[in-house]
Design a protein around this ligand. Structure first.
Ligand code: AHR
Length: 554
């Protein structure tokens, strides 16, 4: 990220829009008349339990994420729960947010947790890591961290929304002792230590019992510019004999950026120099993948390669999905590399930053750094990504969408008293039912989506998704990425029959559709009863859509 950070300001080079006119009814589940697609769910082929933790979120102290997005302050006229934006809390409860990562991101390796505890009026102001990329007109809190939202406020936020906290420790500029002490502040028993007393003074004599701890972030870049081997040495030092207070601490190592296989391999090789038992100190290794390069192979330049969030053609739609679809190969690829050192797979993958990353210019709040406007394209992207995680439950133990609010693939946008839910949040709400269910192998066969890629014919897969089952309740989520073609599909669940159910669908006739502070419900899911029964049912997935079928089986 050290390279990325310096190149965040790009020009706005928009292209014309594409408005689709729907030719099929929104919901269609009548008897088959000419299906061109098939989905076969295989209940006898379980993949593993889908961890609720893959439905996690990321909140970095970056521009408008914390100050304005989450934290409005107790004395604000904006409705709040002890300083935390009330509408955000209410909306988040709907999506069952399993885990939230804080405080970064690159910010984490510049942050001293001690600045963010104790009486608010005594907390110091510090230069934010992202200061250099803020505009001059940015609010002071985006440039100079007032430290009003620290560990206690973050844990309070997690409690309010029903999430587990995931804290990222500073490996670049703090010591292993500081890390031990942060764990002590959070987890030492009531009355046991001076830090436990400080926590009690902040309102919690009982320990927070935080389990997930990231050990640095992007340590190959902004998190210290280490080699994989150097980082592995630091990782061992930071995680050896951390006081656990009876908690099964889960340490997450800073992992590769995209297809940097050498990082994964180098990290594990160095870890194993101290013996195989070292693997037991690693819960997961964190993979980051952003879909940012929409140049169709023209450049690898971090600025020039970016596309526009709002102004795009069909080819850009597919290009974004292609970039995001690389996630599946990254998961299986790193998993294979990990197996060289860890054939039993004691260590899991954690994908704690994922999402599209566009050039600046579409911010709901002009000037908010890294804010962009999520459209239907990003909802389809998000459905596709969550389906990929669901298809690999034995590999992916935790994931976090980057980021929760006012940043990149935002689920929510907020500024002062204005708030809206983006199409991405609707997808999270739809997919929440997969959490904790048994993932099932599912076969999708469908014609490809064909399109023109700079004068050459190109294609993208036709239909994909994921299925999960518990107590005869089947959840099937399906993405149709084709911007024009509906897919009439025969769906069968081998050895079972559909008795009843419901269908929830997110789509729009305009692929650029999005919600704003003024028009909050342009893109929203619709639900109705699923009226088809039997061994094989037929359903038409409209173009550019994300669909959830919730079916009761017999
Ligand atoms: O999400 C924004 C930044 O992207 C994070 O701080 C960093 O980890 C990544 O490069």
């Amino acid at each position: 990220m050290i390279g990325r950070r310096n190149f965040l300001r790009g020009g706005l080079a928009g292209v014309g829009g594409l408005l689709l006119t729907r030719s099929t009814p929104l919901f269609s589940s009548s008897a088959s008349t000419g299906a061109d697609s098939r989905i076969e769910v295989l209940p006898a082929e379980p993949l593993g339990t889908i961890s609720p933790n893959i439905y996690g979120h990321f909140t970095e102290n970056l521009s408008g994420v914390v100050y304005d997005g989450i934290w409005v302050g107790e004395n604000s006229k904006i409705p709040n729960v002890k300083g935390i934006r009330k509408e955000l809390v209410e909306e988040m409860r709907k999506i069952k947010p399993s885990v939230v990562r804080f405080p970064g991101g690159c910010f984490a390796d510049s942050y001293d947790w001690k600045d963010g505890i104790g009486p608010a009026e005594k907390r110091p102001r510090r230069t934010n890591f992202w200061f250099g990329d803020e505009t001059r007109s940015a609010p002071a809190s985006h440039r100079y961290d007032p430290n009003l939202f620290g560990t206690d406020e973050f844990v309070r936020f997690c409690k309010l929304i029903g999430s587990e906290p995931y804290l990222a420790a500073n490996v670049r500029t703090l010591s292993a002792q500081d890390f031990d002490r942060w764990v002590e502040y959070c987890n030492s028993p009531a009355g046991s230590t001076t830090l436990a007393d400080l926590r009690a003074a902040a309102g919690s004599s009982e320990p927070y019992n935080i389990r997930f701890w990231g050990v640095g972030n992007e340590s190959w870049g902004c998190g210290g510019n280490f080699t994989a081997q150097q980082y592995a040495v630091e990782y061992r030092r930071f995680t050896t004999w951390v006081p656990d207070y009876g908690r099964d601490l889960a340490f997450i190592a800073s992992g590769p950026d995209g297809d940097r296989w050498s990082w994964t391999r180098g990290f594990f090789e160095e870890i194993l120099r101290k013996g195989k038992e070292q693997l037991r100190s690693i819960y997961g290794i964190a993979l980051h993948h952003y879909a940012w390069n929409l140049s169709r192979g023209a450049t690898q330049d971090w600025v020039k390669g970016k596309g526009d969030a709002l102004k795009f053609e069909a080819v850009d739609w597919y290009e974004l999905l292609r970039e995001g679809d690389r996630m599946e190969g990254l998961i299986t690829g790193h998993w294979q590399v990990m197996a060289e050192a860890d054939p039993e797979h004691l260590v899991k993958l954690v994908v704690d930053e994922w999402g599209p990353w566009y050039k600046p210019g579409s911010e709901a709040t002009p000037g908010d750094q890294l804010e962009q406007m999520p459209t239907l394209r990003d909802a389809v992207f998000s459905g596709m990504t969550l389906d990929i995680f669901n298809r690999h439950p034995e590999k992916v133990a935790l994931a976090a969408c980057a980021q929760l609010i006012n940043c990149l693939n935002s689920l929510y946008l907020a500024h002062e008293d204005k708030f809206c839910v983006t199409p991405v949040a609707h997808v999270f709400a739809m997919y929440a039912d997969h959490q904790g269910k048994q993932g099932l192998r599912t076969i999708f066969s469908s014609p490809n989506a064909n399109y023109d890629r700079d004068g050459k014919p190109a294609s993208f897969w036709g239909l994909k998704g994921s299925a999960s089952l518990r107590d005869q309740q089947l959840i099937l989520t399906v993405v149709n990425p084709d911007v024009q073609a509906p897919r009439e599909t025969e769906i069968s669940i081998r050895g079972a029959s559909v008795q009843s159910g419901s269908v929830t669908m997110l789509t729009h006739s305009d692929i650029h559709a999005h919600n704003t502070f003024d028009q909050r419900n342009v893109v929203r899911p619709q639900t109705r009863a699923f009226d088809s029964k039997g061994g094989t049912v037929t359903f038409t997935f409209p173009p550019a859509s994300v669909t959830k079928l919730a079916l009761t089986l017999t």
